[in-house]
Design a protein around this ligand. Sequence first.
Ligand code: UTP
Length: 409
Amino acid sequence: MTKYEQAASLLSAAGQTQVLRFFDQLSDKEQAALLDQVLDLDLSCLSALKNADPESRRGVISPLTAMQLPEIKARKSEFFEKGVSAIRNGEVAAVLLAGGMGTRLGSDAPKGMYDIGVTRPVFIFERLIENLLDVVRETGTMIPLVIMTSEKNDAATRAFLTEHAFFGYDPARVTFFVQDMAPCTDFDGRILLETPSRVATSPNGNGGWFSSMLRQGIVRALAAEGVKWLNVFAVDNVLQRIADPVFIGAVLDSGCASGSKVVRKACRDEKTGVMCLEDGRPSVIEYTEMSDELLDAKDENGDPAYNFGVILNYLFNMEELIRVADEDLSLHIARKKIPCIDDAGNKVDPKEPNGLKFELFILDLVKKLPGCLPFEVERAREFAPIKNRTGVDSVESARELCRLNGIEL
Ligand code: UTP
């Protein structure tokens, strides 16, 4: 079978023959590129779309409390010693999830390149690397740093970090990988074209990191170096502690296969996933799934029963991740604005959502693993996410939080 025949038969089986509708008008090079892209596409999201039944996904939800600040304070040195020793033994790597589109921030560049400085340039990547360097200095160990990018921002991210000499990190300890992409569709599940020779795709969410890392041989390389634990974190929290020895020590001590840094929710309706038990196992429930009943539930002290929000800073045992790597994560389907071309080949730059994007979420990994320690951190010291330009979780609020923590910008 020729590549064209393979692609055509794949698309026909999936009811997606419209993808090749401009094929005859393309140059040889464009034809080859489109066929390669089609043969590489993960079409599993399309069947998920057909079978989507979000209501039936959740098990029975009940409260799960966190290890809280007073206990952590009382056992700090014990946890610290354990964490430092794991880091010094080379058992911990840090994984930065930087493949997102950062659409809410409204910059075309990778989010980590955003300058949050006031009197001098201070880039988000710089802040994160400075935070990690604190632990490098404390432990005398250059922790392996793995950076996930996407097709859309890989080249810009690498060029930027190289140009800035990795803000003092040892480039030999930094590994990049590109996350997988998922096709975008219209509301009827028909794959959209970005150009006549290119399928519209988007990064497959922050939950695809481990499968991409595994397929690209990075997990094998880390395991060969003796890495056992991965501290996975988001690009946008400029105050977070990365490879925090106290957190690592507490998770190791707990015997759990994972840990999640959590903060007390700022208010009842804060848009954050919260830790809970699902059918008796630690899990994370998204804010969109929180019913009034769950939001109003109280514990025995009269405090909100679901009060510990995740901040996308997790520690995962790598062997356990490998063990569950074949199990599917739930696919999340979102209505988004997707630049594309119409049936006549004209460019469409939508002002309203015009199609669907498919994403995997890291929070769905938690319930796959045996045990998760929710580990409370102080919001004002460790949580300054930058999602928007102004207002809640913005450049403005993060600047203020940095100032309160004595970080000069
Ligand atoms: P968000 O869910 O805030 O998404 O990402 P985003 O793409 O950065 O921003 P918006 O929603 O478009 O405004 C949380 C973390 O997950 C990473 C992001 O880079 C960020 O660190 N992420 C998200 C990925 O690495 N890949 C993805 O496909 C999505």
